[in-house]
Ligand binder design. Structure first.
Ligand code: PLP
Length: 995
């Protein structure tokens, strides 16, 4: 069928003219027809099509049109004869409304929001089709889940033994668990094919929405729930965690068309059935058309999903679907709770908690009992810390932990890649009882040993005992973990254990795992296919399911008073912040983060998610470095006062700091913030020169005080600003990528503007006090100064009698890798250097280092007093930071990891044209995003989208520059190669979304 013929057909039958384009079609010819004012799909069938099926499709679409739902479907259009179906010889001709947008398959990522939207659209379509009927919808159809049994005779066509095994696993599971329920499922006509190429998504790149379903060729009368099962089978393919991807889809569907309990029970199996049917078809096709590569790509994805689906326990999926629909996840959870409330249990530690002093430990992410990650990184300090906390409270027993989200499990070893970036099982679902090794444990109630297994070797937590209990209504299990090895000898599977009998003791580390001695006690309403062991921690996003399957162990233990420890909700904090803090304070990200812990290059939120911090150059040696914490804690308990008394700390720190500078820079004044440092530096310039006029760089930022804002074009030329004050001259930003002069060797040209600025000041009868410039421009967008810029600029300033101030607040302390100070990259020696942020690793500390001559000139008789500057606490912190930089080789790390980062970023740049420029030394780099490499149109919206999406993926990034189109990378200096790999991988994923 050529285009001219097709055009002729529409013209004759519909009286429509326009342009035409061939589209993909498996069997029929499909064309996109564009007339003056509309677009259509022209469908011309192969010869002798199934008329009944065409009629069914047409009638369904007419039905949907009459229903007038909020969705648009590809409605059928009547021809000149008033018919929905026309003929061209033996070929059927239909004209449908064109649905603009993209196919689901064209999107690289499907966010939970998009999956939810798909569920909604499938639910709406299924709801709208209810009440519609047609004789042909009741035909036998091999893609109908309810007819799945035909696949069994093709089992031999599968290629490998593993594939056959997997098939058989599912077939027997389906027959055992689902088939008996099929007769009770409600039925209706459904679309039955919400696959990637039948879902239309709108064109919004930043916030895509599912608009509708197309292609009603597989429409059939079947179990209503099949619509959802089929949508799931495709939508959760290629997702690291298919169950997590399924949940928003189920929620979306349920919100429109409420699901029934019996449907939730078999949904898992029906998803599997669709995969089995699809794979059987693929196996048949493979034999018939072995060279058709297309079949094999989708086949592999379906096999991968089937294997992952097999790893999901069918009951766990059922409970998760129940929770997604707002039901209690485990159907017996309430019955268990009611039953337990009426029982009397024997005390698990031999005596009642009423009589035993104990402490409710707080091991939450933001809990103070393990307030630094160094407390639990290895078993020695961990045990000491727990013992100390108990000792301080003068008790021998610590308890707690049910539902507690803990930082303990957030190391690389526990990291799993989820659909939305890395994730950790951080929620503890048992109750911990911390006691001395060897203390006896008793059973609270009668039971039978279900399993006793040594998990010491492979899982690092020693023997685990699981005991089965039976009530009239349900079964449940109790688990005892981290217990003494003697149980392996003492207990046998099947052995009856009477209530109140001693069954175990608290184990001895490390035989019972790398944990301080304690009992892990847990209740399970379902073993979820586990044997001899059971997870003791869970993903916080599955909280509702796990806490329902594993009810509160305290129902059996009976600890009288457990403090309620609900986390403050982020929304509440936002509200409080709004009412009590100034409006001009901003919060990062569309979805603000509630951070309660930091360690090394990571920040942790209350839900135990560990975020990779690529932004925070203040936590220079790593968030909450134990050595800094310890130094500060010790000194603050001893003395903290001002520098009018003699104290060694200030001297030791001053000497250590000055040793990092060239000999000319030999005097230091300590202050408390970068703003204060620049303020003092400018006072020095005023005193030195006798003038007040300053020269600053376009988009420069130097602080939040009146004086520093006056030299910060970033502020006075930005929102709310009123332009440069009369005593400030702004010189062009020396940006060789998008600035006034571009390319190599622009240093002299840019510096010339400094000379002009001096000239302008002098023209007014005044003279220059100083020139302030960052050594690498941060707010300006990670701009590297062109070669020779500072040397030339300093020459002009000095010859006019002004001072040259290098602002190192962002870039100092080894961050640039090749040197300790940024100004060294330019081969200059400033008169004054200001520093802040990293100097105290988060403690409010800053400094001004200058030449002896400048310091002497400044000391004109007026005392310089600073209440907090250089106090013993700040000084010891500053000194410790310098020590750590040296001891841990952080400058060298910045050089090495920075080079690795740059190589990776350049590779990314070669794949994504939106990346216009990669720049910056060491661990101070920038990615400039542009929509057009010729005009350099800034990709501002895209940059904001990327920062927000990366935050969703667990990587913190920020944007800056005059157009906020530069992603800044300036992480804590302990950032390592694996961090780079993670960041680059997720950045690539994010950039693909925007393509
Ligand atoms: C280059 C530069 N100078 C000075 C400051 C001001 O420092 P502080 O916020 O500690 O007052 C900042 C802060 O962002 C800065 O980036």
């Amino acid at each position: 069928m050529n285009l001219d013929r097709a055009l002729q057909i529409v013209q004759t039958q519909y009286g429509i003219t326009g342009t035409i384009q061939l589209l993909y079609g498996e069997v029929d010819y499909n064309f996109l027809l564009t007339s003056d004012d509309q677009q259509y799909t022209l469908k011309i069938s192969r010869a002798h099509p199934n008329k009944d099926l065409l009629d069914l499709q047409n009638q369904a679409l007419i039905h949907l049109e009459q229903k007038n739902t909020s969705l648009e479907y590809p409605y059928v259009i009547k021809n000149k004869d008033g018919q929905y179906l026309g003929w061209h010889g033996d070929h059927a001709v239909r004209l449908l409304k064109w649905i603009p947008g993209r196919l689901w398959s064209q999107l690289s990522t499907h966010t939970p929001k998009l999956l939810h939207g798909l569920g909604t659209v499938c639910g709406q379509t299924t709801l709208a089709l209810q009440g519609f009927d047609h004789p042909h919808a009741h035909r036998f159809f091999k893609w109908d889940n309810q007819r799945f049994e035909w696949i069994e005779e093709h089992l031999e066509k599968l290629q490998t033994k593993e594939q056959k095994k997997l098939f058989q696993h599912f077939l027997s599971l389906i027959k055992k668990e689902a088939l008996p329920h099929f007769a009770s499922l409600r039925k209706s006509i459904v679309h039955n094919d919400a696959n990637d190429n039948n879902i239309i998504v709108n064109e919004d790149r930043f916030d895509p929405k599912v608009s509708t379903l197309i292609d009603f060729g597989d429409i059939i009368y079947t179990y209503t729930i099949n619509e959802l099962a089929i949508a799931l089978a495709y939508a959760i393919m290629e997702k690291p965690d298919p169950l997590a991807a399924a949940i928003p889809l189920v929620k979306g569907f349920h919100a429109v068309l409420p699901l029934r309990e019996i449907e939730l029970k078999v949904l898992y199996h029906l998803v599997a059935i669709r995969l089995l049917i699809s794979l059987t078809n693929a196996a048949i096709n493979r034999l018939e058309e072995p060279e058709n590569e297309y079949h094999f790509v989708s086949e592999k994805m379906a096999w991968d999903l089937l294997a992952k689906w097999a790893a999901v326990d069918s009951n766990f999926a059922y409970y998760s679907f129940r929770a997604a629909c707002g039901l209690e996840a485990h159907p017996k959870a309430k019955a268990f709770h009611d039953w337990a409330k009426q029982q009397e249990f024997a005390p698990i530690i031999g005596e009642s908690f009423d009589k035993t002093p104990y402490l409710h430990l707080d091991l939450r992410v933001g809990g103070r009992d393990l307030a630094n990650n160094s407390h639990f990184e290895s078993i020695g300090p961990f045990t000491k810390k727990i013992n100390r906390v108990l000792e301080d409270a003068e008790v021998e027993i610590g308890i707690g932990g049910y539902g507690e989200i803990r930082p303990v499990y957030t190391t690389d070893a526990y990291q799993i890649m989820g659909n939305e970036g890395p994730q950790w099982r951080t929620m503890h679902i048992g109750l911990d009882i911390w006691m001395k090794s060897g203390m006896p444990i008793f059973t609270p109630l009668d039971g039978i040993v279900e399993s006793i297994q040594d998990n010491a070797a492979d899982r690092d937590y020693g023997p685990t005992l699981i005991v089965k209990h039976e009530t009239a209504d349900f079964l449940f299990y109790t688990l005892y973990g981290h217990i003494g090895a003697e149980v392996l000898e003492n207990l046998k599977v099947g052995q009856k254990i009477p209530k109140g009998q001693q069954i175990a003791t608290i184990g001895v580390p490390p035989r019972n795992g790398n944990w301080p001695p304690h009992l892990h006690f847990q209740i399970m309403l379902d073993l979820l296919g586990n044997e001899g062991d059971f997870p003791g921690v869970a993903f916080p996003h599955e909280k509702d399911v796990w806490l329902s399957v594993c009810p509160d162990p305290n129902l059996l233990v009976g600890i009288p008073q457990l403090e309620d420890r609900n986390e403050i909700l982020a929304d509440h904090l936002i509200h409080q912040r709004r009412s009590s803090l100034g409006k001009s304070l901003s919060i990062s990200y569309n979805q603000p983060l509630h951070v309660v812990r930091g360690f090394k290059q990571y920040l942790y939120t209350t839900n135990g998610r560990r975020y990779l911090d690529t932004v925070n150059n203040v936590a220079h040696v790593g968030h909450e470095h134990p050595k800094v914490v310890k130094a500060a804690q010790q000194q603050i308990g001893l003395l903290n006062t001002n520098s009018r008394y003699l104290h060694q700390n200030i001297i030791v720190f001053a000497e250590a700091l000055l040793a990092t500078f060239p000999p000319e820079l030999c005097v230091v004044h300590f202050v408390n913030s970068g703003s204060e440092a620049n303020e003092l530096a400018m006072r020095m310039a005023h005193t030195w020169s006798g003038h007040r006029d300053m020269i600053g760089v376009e988009v420069g930022y130097h602080g939040n005080t009146i004086g520093t804002v006056d030299v910060s074009s970033y502020k006075f030329d930005g929102k709310g600003g009123q332009g440069a004050p009369s005593h400030t001259q702004v010189v062009p930003i020396p940006d060789s990528y998008r600035g006034k002069y571009r390319g190599e060797d622009t240093g002299a040209a840019y510096a010339k503007h400094v000379e002009e600025a001096i000239h302008d000041i002098q023209q007014e009868g005044r003279n220059v006090a100083g020139f302030i410039c960052e050594s690498v421009l941060s707010c300006g967008g990670q701009v590297v100064l062109p070669k020779g810029y500072l040397a030339k600029a300093y020459e002009y300033v000095r010859s006019a009698g002004g001072l040259c101030i290098a602002d190192e607040v962002q870039v100092g302390f080894g961050r640039v890798g090749s040197h300790f100070w940024g100004f060294e990259l330019q081969g200059v020696i400033p008169d004054v250097v200001t520093m802040g942020k990293p100097i105290g690793n988060g403690h409010p500390l800053a400094a001004v280092v200058c030449t002896r001559a400048v310091a002497d000139a400044f000391a004109n008789g007026m005392e310089y007093f600073n209440t907090f500057g250089g106090n013993p606490v700040s000084s010891i912190i500053g000194k410790t930071v310098l020590e750590i930089i040296r001891e841990e080789g952080l400058q060298e790390n910045a050089l090495q990891v920075g080079a690795y980062l740059r190589t990776n970023l350049l590779q990314l740049q070669s794949k994504f044209p939106i990346i216009g420029d990669i720049r910056g030394p060491g661990l101070f780099q920038g990615i400039e995003l542009v929509n057009d490499p010729n005009t350099l149109e800034p990709a501002t919206k895209e940059a904001a989208f990327i920062a927000n999406q990366m935050r969703q993926y667990g990587v913190l990034m920020s944007t800056d520059g005059p157009f906020y189109n530069i992603l800044k990378i300036k992480p804590p200096m302990c950032f390592h190669r694996r961090n780079v790999d993670l960041m680059i991988g997720l950045l690539e994923k994010t950039l693909k979304i925007l393509e």
